[in-house]
Design a protein around this ligand. Structure first.
Ligand code: HH2
Length: 288
């Protein structure tokens, strides 16, 4: 049985798609900014995500939406740590969405099981924290920095370049002592990519799956979906993109993704349960 090895537990990877519920403890996230900015509201939302079936709750204290600027470390710590501590104390499996080793270390101390780093573990100190604590990690591809990453991103071959980046970063992580079965990869939908780049990555996700690590995909409510659904030149707003998000999640699962990162856990799980049933039927046929 394949499993994702975390700090104190293992999440099965062959028993259906894992759902990571998004909890942004920020005033400015692109979809839910400000809704869960107080610790009480954030903890209540985290419990709701877990009760709805999230296998992990991903707590973030810094928006990485296009154009966002970094927040001071103290502020990120203040936002994230009490929420991680309260959810972990409930037995909820928590990941921390951060690029900062100080924040990762404090969140792990508070009970986090996974570090989700949108910079792909760029900082050697982050790799050290993750290796020493034995957490699960998400290594994501991002081109540039959130503040400027959407200023005309360009690639010769986006799929090959993202795959090569993830191969290099996962090798570096393993070289620094993070065990292979702790590492998940993510193509970083929307991080320094146009809508066409995002769709090319989803169309050819097999090239990322072929790296041999479980693949996490974060399409939820992202702008390329708003553009696909645009009417009369107006993009569909983030809160009205959950059906489209579920459709994209299904496509990702059919292409081999193991984990989806989502805002609406209920809608997404209904969709990925259907995708899982189809994947199962494909395996049964393959065994015949
Ligand atoms: N997307 C966002 C944030 N973190 N982590 C991973 N691994 N993959 C993703 O695709 C991903 C991520 C951006 O979405 P969100 O958290 O909803 O917004 P914001 O960055 O504005 O807080």
């Amino acid at each position: 049985m394949r499993a994702w090895a975390l700090r104190t537990r293992r999440l099965p990877l062959d028993a259906g798609t894992l759902t990571m519920g998004i909890l942004n403890v920020t005033p400015d996230s692109f979809s839910d900014g400000g809704r869960y900015a107080s610790p009480e509201a954030a903890v209540a939302r985290g419990r709701q995500l877990a009760a709805a079936g999230a296998d992990l709750v991903d707590v973030g204290g810094e928006s990485t939406r296009p154009g966002a600027h970094p927040v001071p470390v103290d502020e990120e710590l203040r936002r994230v740590v009490p929420v991680v501590a309260a959810l972990a104390a409930d037995g909820i499996c928590v990941s921390v969405d951060t690029r900062r080793p100080e924040v990762a270390a404090a969140a792990i101390e508070a009970g986090a099981e996974v570090v989700n780093d949108v910079s792909g573990l760029a900082d050697p100190a982050m790799r050290r924290v993750c290796a020493e604590t034995g957490v699960g990690v998400v290594v994501m591809h991002m081109r540039g920095e959130p503040a400027t990453m959407q200023d005309d991103p360009s690639y010769d071959d986006v799929v090959a370049e993202v795959a090569a980046f993830l191969a290099e970063r996962t090798a570096r992580a393993e070289g620094d002592g993070i065990e292979r079965d702790r590492i998940v990869v993510d193509p970083g939908i929307g991080f320094g990519k146009t809508g066409e780049h995002n769709l090319a990555l989803l169309a050819d996700l097999g090239a990322i799956v072929a790296l041999g690590h479980p693949v996490l995909v974060g399409v939820s409510r992202k702008r390329f979906l708003g553009a696909i659904l645009a009417e009369g030149g107006f993009e569909r707003p983030p809160a009205d993109r959950d059906v489209a998000s579920a459709a994209a999640a299904v496509a990702a699962v059919l292409a081999g993704a193991s984990i989806v990162r989502v805002h609406d856990v209920v809608v997404s799980r209904e969709a990925t349960l259907v995708a899982d049933a189809i994947v199962h039927a494909r395996r049964v046929k393959g065994r015949r």
